[in-house]
Design a protein around this ligand. Structure first.
Ligand SMILES: Cc1cc2nc3c(=O)[nH]c(=O)nc-3n(C[C@H](O)[C@H](O)[C@H](O)COP(=O)(O)OP(=O)(O)OC[C@H]3O[C@@H](n4cnc5c(N)ncnc54)[C@H](O)[C@@H]3O)c2cc1C
Length: 262
């Protein structure tokens, strides 16, 4: 890759959530402007070779630093090395951001209800959106459903709570729906004040529980639905939404926008 395509940035902090999940912040070069929901391409150098991977930006478009949320894939070419990151290390950052999982893509229906449905690190672009002003100005209701396998994988819960307080009028317009899919969690379970669901997202749409907990109906005339993360979840959830009359967003029109992480 041409040297001019990226800059070298410094790692400012690392936050570990669990054995296989961590977040880190990087210095943000002045030229790196992005819309909430976009991703960066981050690189490391291994034996003189550069390896780049896509990473959704977690931080708000107004933040001074760039934050990212990462999985550790034990034998992954990138993350098996990235997991040892510490403050003061340097990483490569491509100069331009990428991606179309942004609110600007929606023209019709007009913004009314925003559903953000994530698995695992697919939460990242939604955290950026929720810390931007646009969704709070444009939407009446915002629902964030965040599905993980085990309780210790449920990262950013306190941050989501504080976003709800600062932007979401203490929860009047915002609903957080955590989902833990492994059966070892108790049936009646809470994270902070939130009731925890236990089925996979497509099932929760089919059986109506997601809407029941959200206190809102999925509606082709009013819903914008964004899906991010595991491609199997994205596929199955998209099909469940289509069965409810929602359509893929193309050229600005339609309800569903997706991003697959692999
Ligand atoms: C648009 C886009 C945005 C992305 N944003 C993020 C992000 O914000 N955070 C992040 O951790 N990853 C993100 N990814 C995935 C990321 O680019 C890498 O795949 C990941 O860092 C693993 O790299 P690797 O070389 O270690 O393993 P890879 O060889 O890239 O992946 C090996 C396998 O690991 C699994 N895997 C890869 N990524 C994930 C993941 N995120 N969660 C669970 N399993 C995974 C898949 O089974 C995959 O086949 C994104 C991918 C895309 C396309």
């Amino acid at each position: 890759m041409n040297e001019e395509k990226f800059t070298r940035e410094t790692v400012l902090s690392v936050r570990r959530w669990s054995e296989n999940l961590f977040s880190f912040t990087l210095t943000r070069p002045a030229h790196f402007r992005f819309s909430a929901g976009q991703f960066a391409r981050i690189g490391i150098e291994v034996d003189g070779e550069k390896i780049f991977r896509a990473y959704s930006v977690v931080s708000s478009p107004f933040a001074e630093e760039l934050e990212f949320f990462s999985i550790v894939v034990p034998d992954g070419a990138f993350t098996s090395r990235l997991q040892h990151l510490k403050a003061g290390d340097s990483l490569l950052l491509e100069k331009i951001p990428y991606g179309f999982l942004t609110l600007a893509r929606y023209q019709k229906p007009l913004p009314h209800d925003l559903w953000l449905l994530a698995t695992g690190t697919g939460l990242a672009p939604f955290l950026s959106m929720l810390q931007d002003f646009a969704p709070w100005q444009q939407y009446q209701h915002i629902i964030l459903a965040y599905s993980v396998r085990t309780r210790d994988e449920l990262a950013y819960v306190k941050d989501i709570e504080s976003i709800a307080q600062s932007f979401g009028e203490g929860g009047a317009r915002f609903k957080f729906l955590p989902i833990i899919t492994r059966a070892d969690s108790p049936a009646s379970d809470h994270v902070l004040d939130q009731y925890v669901l236990h089925q996979r997202l497509p099932i929760l749409i089919e059986n109506g529980l997601l809407e029941q907990q959200a206190g809102l109906a999925l509606n082709p005339a009013t819903s914008h639905v964004m899906l991010c993360g595991n491609p199997q979840m994205v596929d199955d959830t998209r099909n469940a939404l289509k069965a409810r009359g929602l359509s893929m967003n193309r050229r600005g029109e339609g309800n569903i926008a997706v991003e697959n992480y692999w």
